[in-house]
Write a protein that binds this ligand. Structure first.
Ligand code: GRE
Ligand code: ZN
Length: 327
């Protein structure tokens, strides 16, 4: 399919690149490092080869979320966002931008989002999971009340917020001890991000700001498969769920969430997601450079779905959600 749009597509700057080392052996890191820093070379060639018209770009992980000092986090976020704005200005038909935000201080995060959207033309933001604040062991999730004014501004600006994974801190990863292969994209990323998303849903955030749009990668981090059970387990026990939100968790998932195919190129998983949430809230992505563009595109182009759904998932859903030209 030509004209695909990808929205979990990463780059790095020198200040953040080393956050992506350590997931791969040294000889693979050579390749990955080059892929992350490249924007106008191999990346554009592969996009051309595989029918990807536009990449909506975001900084690598955890980057800003792992800089405990708010002032430094703000500086690096601004630097990365300014760099990204320059790249998009050069290739407005091929690239769009998601902001990196210093959530160490909700007010700084809000101001940087406003700057990116209003002054730099960014179309949303991407947060790499929880944020470390002050003490590296002090972490915050975005359902906490201090972030509600931030969410209010996200709703007001009417831009989607991509919630991207990061690993849990070692202190919170006892269950993975001695089983390092479960960290990162094989399991811990999805677990961490799914719970964060459920916290948002249960917190009442979407009752207060019902127009928020949150995007999850990796075919929804397991949530499409699990959502029925979240709401319906032990149905014989009356009032068994106690959370501040007014509605069923699945209602928020259905109305405030979107998912992408990033890093999950498996037709049974896609069909499950389509059966649970329909084809209007699912969008193609690759997760470049951690996944290969050809793996994503060759799979998606041949997946056993209707051509009408392929066009929605490959292109038009993203055009609409991000209000891009041609929507
Ligand atoms: C990602 O951003 O999706 C990612 C990483 C590190 C390793 C693998 C991966 O940030 O998919
Ligand atoms: Zn990613």
């Amino acid at each position: 399919m030509k004209g695909k749009i990808g929205l979990e597509e990463h780059f790095a700057i020198e200040d953040t690149i080393n956050d992506s080392a350590g997931f791969f052996p040294d000889h693979i890191w050579e390749e990955l490092r080059g892929r992350l820093l490249d924007l106008e070379g191999k990346r554009l060639r592969l996009m051309d080869q595989h029918g990807i018209e536009t990449m909506i770009l975001s900084l690598n992980a955890p980057a800003i979320q792992a800089i405990p000092d708010p002032k430094r986090a703000n500086e690096i976020a601004r630097k990365a966002n300014d760099f990204l704005a320059g790249v998009v200005r050069k290739h407005p038909d091929r690239f769009q931008a998601l902001a990196a935000l210093p959530m160490q201080d909700p007010d700084l995060g809000t101001r940087e989002l406003q700057r990116c959207v209003k002054d730099l033309g960014f179309i949303g933001a991407l947060l790499n999971g929880f944020t470390q604040v002050g003490d590296p062991n002090n972490i915050v999730y975005y359902d906490l009340k201090q972030f509600w004014p931030f969410w209010s501004e996200v709703e007001k600006l009417d831009v989607p917020l991509y919630l991207h994974p990061r690993n849990p801190l070692p202190a919170h990863a006892k269950i993975y001890e001695g089983h390092g292969w479960l960290m990162g994209p094989s399991w811990a990323f999805g677990q961490e991000t799914a719970v964060h998303a459920l916290r948002l849903m249960g917190s009442g955030l979407f009752d207060a700001y019902p127009k928020l749009n949150v995007v999850l990668g990796h075919m929804g981090e397991g949530l499409p498969f699990s959502m029925w059970r979240v709401d319906n387990c032990n149905a014989w026990v009356e009032g068994r769920h106690k959370y501040p939100a007014k509605k069923k968790i699945g209602d928020y998932f259905q109305n405030n969430f979107h998912i992408t195919t990033a890093g999950n190129f498996h037709t049974p998983a896609l069909l499950n997601a389509m059966m649970v949430m329909g084809s209007d809230r699912i969008m193609f992505s690759t997760d470049w450079p951690f996944e290969n563009i050809d793996h994503a595109a060759v799979w998606f182009d041949a997946a056993t779905i209707s051509e009408a759904d392929r066009i929605k998932i490959g292109r038009t859903n993203a055009l609409k959600l991000f209000k891009l030209p041609g929507a």
